[in-house]
Design a protein around this ligand. Structure first.
Ligand code: C2R
Length: 336
């Protein structure tokens, strides 16, 4: 069995976070390997692992590092496969590692998950592999199907503890089934691979950076402005129309409700681009990246529309040779 996911730790001291990833990869039946190598202490070892793993068929890299986390960036510099970074809380609640992981320059994306969220990195890796592997896709969708029964059980346990005089319980009708967009009966004739969604025209400049590069990379996409807060029904019907797409890119402003709504409606990978409406985008970045366990967002740097397109190409390139070779040509072009 060859590893499909390569986990690299900056130090053995990050192992508690790696264990969370390992447990999820085991549950989702994804073959993986685990190595310790540091961009600061052993850069040649990092390069060797990344280059040989890429040639050997590893599909996704997970880089786990704290402090000045340059490891994910160095991995991304040496592969055209998707790299997921997990910032570790060693100091400052992990903010130092988060910024180092997520704020990559244009052309070299690292998708960050929340601080210490090794579990979400593993789920995201499985979602990425699921874009071209049906078995993996259904593993992720069965995992998500377990959310309803878990929440029902957790709620029942909590309700048992409530005994206030004014506590009065109301009964509700059974909810509709949660969405599962992993099953599309008929592949659409003019299949859209990527849906680029934003919630307001204020994010249009960032959206344009994404769609321009998707065009250059010959990736077919749809692009729409739909707000799940202002027009929830319109949002629902757009997601329904796009359910054949392989992944979503959510370009999201303050409070990032859009990205949260897309993640809630889909078991496919959701690439998130936080935008700098207020607080220079810090609020958007933090609310986007720190998703709860089970529902990751592949978060890129603030306003990094271009990196969203590059990351999408890395993901789609796993199952599409034409996208992969276009991406390789693009990456090898001297940059200005
Ligand atoms: P030690 O416990 O080995 O001193 O490491 C590691 O990921 C760890 O969280 C302390 C922290 O330093 C981090 N580290 C990096 C890198 N190498 C080690 N961020 C790197 O290359 O980016």
């Amino acid at each position: 069995m060859e590893p499909r996911v390569m986990i690299i730790l900056g130090s053995a001291s990050d192992f508690a976070i790696a264990e969370k990833a390992i447990r999820k990869l085991e549950a989702l039946k994804v073959p993986y390997d685990v190595r310790v190598a540091s961009a600061h202490r052993t850069p040649e070892k990092v390069k060797r692992i990344v280059k040989e793993s890429t040639e050997g068929g590893v599909e996704v890299f997970i880089a786990i590092a704290g402090l000045s986390a340059h490891l994910p960036g160095i991995i991304a510099a040496n592969t055209h496969r998707p790299v997921i970074g997990v910032p570790v809380d060693v100091k400052f609640g992990g903010l130092d590692a988060l910024f180092a992981t997520v704020q990559m320059p244009g052309g070299v994306p690292v998708a960050s998950v929340g601080v210490d969220r090794g579990d979400n990195a593993a789920i995201l890796a499985a979602q990425i592999i699921g874009t071209h592997d049906e078995t993996m896709k259904s593993e992720v969708s069965s995992m998500r199907a377990g959310f309803s029964s878990k929440i029902k059980k957790d709620e029942a346990g909590l309700v048992e503890k409530l005994d206030g005089n004014y506590y009065s319980r109301r009964e509700f009708k059974a909810p509709d089934a949660e969405t599962d967009d992993s099953k599309v009966e008929e592949p659409l004739e003019d299949q859209i691979d990527v849906a680029v969604i934003s919630e307001s025209y204020s994010e249009m400049e960032v959206v344009k950076k994404t769609t321009k590069l998707l065009d250059e990379l010959n990736i077919n996409y749809d692009s729409a402005v739909v707000s799940p807060i202002r027009h929830p029904e319109e949002f629902k019907s757009y997601m329904e129309q796009m359910k054949g797409s392989k992944l979503y890119i959510a370009v999201s402003g303050p409070s990032t409700h859009l990205e949260g709504a897309v993640v809630a409606s889909s078991s496919k990978p959701v690439v998130g681009v936080p935008c700098s409406g207020i607080m220079n985008g810090l609020d958007s970045l933090l609310s986007m990246v720190n998703m709860p366990p089970g529902v990751p967002t592949a978060t890129l740097g603030v306003n990094s529309g271009e990196n969203a397109a590059m990351f999408a190409a890395e993901v789609l390139g796993l199952g599409n040779k034409a996208v992969e070779s276009k991406l390789l040509k693009f990456k090898n072009k001297p940059s200005g």
